[in-house]
Design a protein around this ligand. Structure first.
Ligand code: SAH
Ligand code: SF4
Ligand code: F3S
Length: 460
């Protein structure tokens, strides 16, 4: 009897792919188990975007190789690292049995039927037509609308691991959405490396696909309560997307627009295809259409050649936009990317010191922006019990992690309107309200330490 355990690294696309693989395993009659100890098949869905997730996979594979010498165990490597020469070397070194690239995950059944080593790295077009069964008892789900990336940001390995952009047909997207709706899902996040260029693969409009703004309006009328999407690339951002968000009630007033750097000089060296001014124009358009918008970004600190002045421009851009939150990364030189080959890495100490200053900036702004919700009623999707089971935890339409103390009649997961009573840079503490708008006080009498209660936001 095969018992499988999947460990997922990296972004939401990998989570989506792991879900696809899990559903394939289940349809083969394989049991899913919660730990390596219980499993005789362990699959790692890997990420290669920075050095850290690669190191983690290496050390896990080291442990799994020892485990393999003690008992029957099949080890597989999937995901972005598997697609790279670097990953294949690691796979050989640690005697990995199955190696499957991100475009080949439908080969999992074949891999398992074949006893012995199985490698598959090609991209299977059928991947786009495959509609995974909806998750059970979950209010939230991901939906991949495109795979791959046509950009060539000089620091980034993703175009190598995931190949060129291929948009999924609107028909498949809507069918999958329908199944999610039928399974009780209330919030769907549309996924792509660059959702704004949906329907335009390698510069060509794909026949039969709408623009991203049109797609948003289509999915907005599907009956799903909340639609989010990630990630937008500023270069392909068009004002009609902001307008579609503003005019489609189900689409949340939440935009994640990675800037990477506030310095036009650094942006040019990153080959981001926009400059500071152009980026700020997009932000203006977004704020014009959606005054209540919650804005997230991604920033890389310490890109090769980034001077203190360049970094100051990132800090000043942060102030100009006033982001609600940011994912901040230290530049990690990835073999196979142009910046790895052509530029010299900055000293580690310079990079970490800049990151610390940026994190301080982010905390100040998150607190300031979160304060605008104090005393307000917000819609929150509570996905289940918090770490402390007297509370439910979830997030708002703007992705604010929120905890709410249970009161009689309000103890189940679901979408509710709650009143925000306290905020930190990381979290809202809110309470349920009754039909008359009165706060429903819990019997507990106090709110415990905020930070201990919620899990962090999912990382890209
Ligand atoms: N397609 C998305 C990003 C996907 S990768 C976009 O362009 O917005 C997610 C984030 O990882 C990127 O936005 C970037 O901030 C970060 N990242 C990518 N490569 C990196 C590297 N070599 N070092 C550090 N951060 C990196
Ligand atoms: Fe990487 Fe740039 Fe593509 Fe995003 S747009 S996945 S950062 S190459
Ligand atoms: Fe990592 Fe691949 Fe996602 S490199 S960030 S898992 S696209």
């Amino acid at each position: 009897m095969t018992k499988a355990h999947i460990i997922t690294f990296g972004c939401q696309m990998n989570e989506y792919d792991s879900h696809m693989v899990q559903s394939q395993l289940v349809s083969m009659g394989i049991d899913l188990v919660d730990s390596v100890d219980e499993a005789n098949l362990v699959l790692l869905n890997t990420c290669a975007v920075r050095g850290k997730p690669v190191d983690k996979v290496r050390s896990l594979l080291g442990k799994l190789r020892i485990e393999k010498s003690r008992r029957p165990l099949v080890v597989g490597m999937m995901g972005c690292l598997a697609q790279l020469e670097e990953g294949q070397q690691i796979a050989r070194k640690f005697e990995v049995d199955i190696l499957i690239g991100p475009g080949a995950i439908l080969d999992i059944p074949k891999a398992l039927e074949q006893n012995g080593r199985f490698w598959s790295l090609h991209f299977r077009q059928e991947l786009h037509d495959y509609i995974p069964p909806p998750p059970q008892d979950k209010l939230q789900a991901h939906l991949t609308i495109m795979r791959g990336c046509d950009h060539r940001c000089t620091y980034c390995i993703v175009p190598t691991t995931r190949g060129p952009q291929v948009s999924r047909s609107p028909d498949h997207i809507l069918r999958e959405l329908d199944m999610l709706l039928g399974a009780g899902v209330q919030e769907v996040t549309l996924l792509g490396q660059n959702v704004n260029s949906y329907g335009i693969d390698q510069g060509q409009r794909v026949a039969g696909t709408p623009s991203f703004a049109e797609l948003l309006r289509m999915v907005g009328s599907s009956g799903i309560r909340r639609i989010k999407f990630t990630t937008s690339h500023p270069m392909n951002f068009t004002e009609d997307v902001a307008q579609a968000i503003a005019e489609t009630p189900a689409v949340c007033e939440f935009v994640h627009l990675p800037v990477q750097s506030g310095s036009s000089k650094v942006l040019r060296r990153m080959a981001r295809e926009y400059n500071r001014e152009k980026y700020l124009e997009h932000i203006d358009a977004i704020k014009k259409w959606i005054p209540e918008v919650v804005l997230f970004t991604d920033i890389i600190v310490g890109f090769p050649g980034e001077t203190e002045e360049d970094f100051q421009e990132t800090l000043s851009l942060y102030d100009e936009v006033g982001y609600d939150n940011a994912y901040m990364f230290i530049y990690s030189a990835r073999p196979g990317t142009p910046s790895y080959t052509h530029f010299e890495d900055l000293p580690r100490a310079v990079k970490t010191e800049r990151l610390e200053r940026l994190i301080q900036k982010q905390k100040d702004w998150s607190l300031k922006q979160n304060r605008r919700f104090l005393g307000k009623d917000v819609e929150v999707l509570l996905r289940g019990d918090a770490f402390n089971p007297d509370y439910l935890e979830g997030h708002t339409r703007g992705q604010h992690a929120t905890i709410v103390p249970k009161v009689p009649g309000f103890e189940q997961a679901g979408i509710y309107t709650v009143r925000v009573e306290q905020v930190t840079p990381h979290q809202f503490n809110a309470k349920f309200i009754d039909a008359q708008g009165q706060v429903l006080e819990p019997i507990l009498g106090h709110l415990p330490e905020a930070a201990a209660l919620s899990s962090p936001l999912p990382m890209l």
